[in-house]
Design a protein around this ligand. Structure first.
Ligand code: UDP
Length: 342
C-alpha cells in the first residue's frame, strides 16, 4: 500500500546533503515528515525544504541526545551523515574515525536510551574492497582498503552488535555510485571539493573548468577505463522508502546492495554527456588514481527480494540529463544564495 508512511516522522541525519535532500523529498511526497539533523559541514541550508531541521553535530554526544529526545516520537532514523571524500580520509584518518565512527556511536546511544528502534544506515560498496567477483553479492567478504570504507564497515559491525544485544532493527544500504538529480532540478550534487566523475565532466563540457583528467586508460576493460555501477539518486531515495515500508511490515534486519547491476565505463559516461548536452568533454589521459578498482557493480537481487526495490530512474541517459538540468540551472543562478547559505 502506498499510504503506509503517511503521518510518520522520519529523522534524516545528514538531510541537507546530496542523498539526504532527495530522501527528505521522497519522504515528504509520501505524506510523512522528514526531520533533518545536519551540521552543514557539507550539506546546504537551501536543500532543507521539506520539514523541520535541527543543527546537530553527532560528535557532540549531549547535543545529539537532546535533539533525538526532542523528536523521540520518530518512527525511524535514516543515517547518512559522514565524511565521504576518500582522499581526505587517507590523510586525516583521525577526523574520519571521529566524525563517522564516534558520530555513529553517539547516534546509536541516543537511539538506545530513547528506545528508538528502526535505523536505515547508508553504507557503501567501498566496504567490499578489492574483489574479482562481479557482480558483487552482499555475502562477499568485506575487506575495505580506504579509511572511508573502513569507517563504514566499522559502523556496520556496530549496528549488528546493537541489533543482537539491544534489539535495534536496521537496514544497511550499500550504495554504488550515486548520481543524477531530482527531476525538478531543485536539488542535486554540490560537493566542495568535487571529486566525482559526472559533475566534473559536466563542468568541463560547460567550459567552466579546464580539461579534465581520465584516471587510467590501461585497465583490463573493453575501453581501458574503470567500470562503475551508477544509480540515480532518486532510486536511492526510493530504496529508503522501501526500507521504511519493510520496517512497517516487520523486517528486523537486512544488508543490501543498492545498484543497478550494470557496469558503465568512464569513457561511456563522457560519450553520453556529449550525446545529451551536445558538448564534447575536453579531457586528457592521466595516470591511475590511487585506490581505484578496475570494476565494481552490484548484484541487485537481494534488494528486490528483501525490500521490493528495483531501480527505475537509472538509465545512463536519465542520470546525465537530470544532472545536467540541475547543474546548468545552478551555474546560471550561482550568485543567488547568500554567503552563509553554502
Ligand atoms: N574519475 C576520473 N576523473 C575525475 C574523477 C573521477 O577519471 O576527475 C574516474 C575515477 O578514477 C573512477 C571513476 O571516474 O574510475 C568514478 O570515480 P568517482 O570519484 O566518481 O566515484 P568512485 O567510484 O571513486 O566512488
Amino acid at each position: 500500500m502506498d499510504d503506509e508512511l503517511t503521518g510518520q516522522k522520519i529523522i534524516v541525519v545528514g538531510g541537507a546533503g546530496y542523498i539526504g535532500a532527495h530522501v527528505c523529498k521522497a519522504v515528504a511526497d509520501k505524506g510523512a515528515t522528514p526531520i533533518t539533523f545536519d551540521n552543514f559541514s557539507s550539506g546546504h541550508k537551501h536543500a532543507v525544504k521539506w520539514g523541520p531541521f535541527e543543527t546537530v553535530d553527532l560528535r557532540d554526544k549531549p547535543a545529539t541526545l537532546a535533539a533525538f529526545t526532542k523528536h523521540k516520537d520518530a518512527h525511524a532514523i535514516v543515517h547518512l551523515a559522514s565524511s565521504i571524500e576518500v582522499g581526505i580520509g587517507e590523510k586525516d584518518p583521525a577526523g574520519f574515525y571521529e566524525n563517522n565512527v564516534v558520530g555513529a556511536l553517539n547516534l546509536l546511544e541516543a537511539m538506545r536510551s530513547l528506545s528508538l528502534r528502526n535505523l536505515i544506515f547508508s553504507s557503501t560498496c567501498a566496504t567490499y574492497g578489492e574483489t574479482d567477483q562481479m557482480p558483487i553479492l552482499e555475502s562477499q567478504v568485506q575487506n575495505p582498503f580506504s579509511v572511508y570504507g573502513k569507517t563504514k564497515l566499522t559502523i556496520e559491525h556496530m549496528i549488528q552488535s546493537y541489533h543482537k544485544a539491544y534489539g535495534l532493527t536496521y537496514i544497511t544500504l550499500r550504495y554504488f555510485n550515486a548520481s543524477g538529480a531530482d527531476v525538478s532540478g531543485e536539488i542535486g550534487e554540490e560537493h566542495d571539493p568535487e571529486t566525482h566523475l559526472i559533475p566534473i565532466a559536466l563542468a568541463a563540457a560547460a567550459g567552466l573548468r579546464g580539461r579534465m583528467k581520465i584516471f587510467g586508460t590501461d585497465y583490463d576493460t573493453p575501453d581501458g577505463t574503470c567500470i562503475r555501477d551508477y544509480i540515480h539518486v532518486s532510486d536511492i531515495a526510493a530504496a529508503h522508502l522501501c526500507g521504511l515500508k519493510a520496517f512497517a511490515n516487520g523486517l528486523t534486519h537486512s544488508k543490501v546492495n543498492i545498484g543497478t547491476g550494470k557496469g558503465v565505463s568512464n569513457l561511456e559516461i563522457l560519450q553520453m554527456i556529449e550525446k545529451v548536452t551536445g558538448k564534447a568533454v575536453p579531457y586528457d589521459n592521466a595516470p591511475r588514481r590511487d585506490g581505484d578498482l578496475t570494476r565494481l557493480y552490484a548484484d541487485p537481487k537481494r534488494a528486490k527480494e528483501a525490500l521490493g526495490f528495483t531501480a527505475q530512474h537509472s538509465s545512463l541517459k536519465n542520470i546525465i540529463q537530470t544532472a545536467w538540468n540541475f547543474h546548468s540551472k545552478r551555474w546560471n543562478l550561482k550568485n543567488v544564495h547568500g554567503p552563509d547559505d553554502k
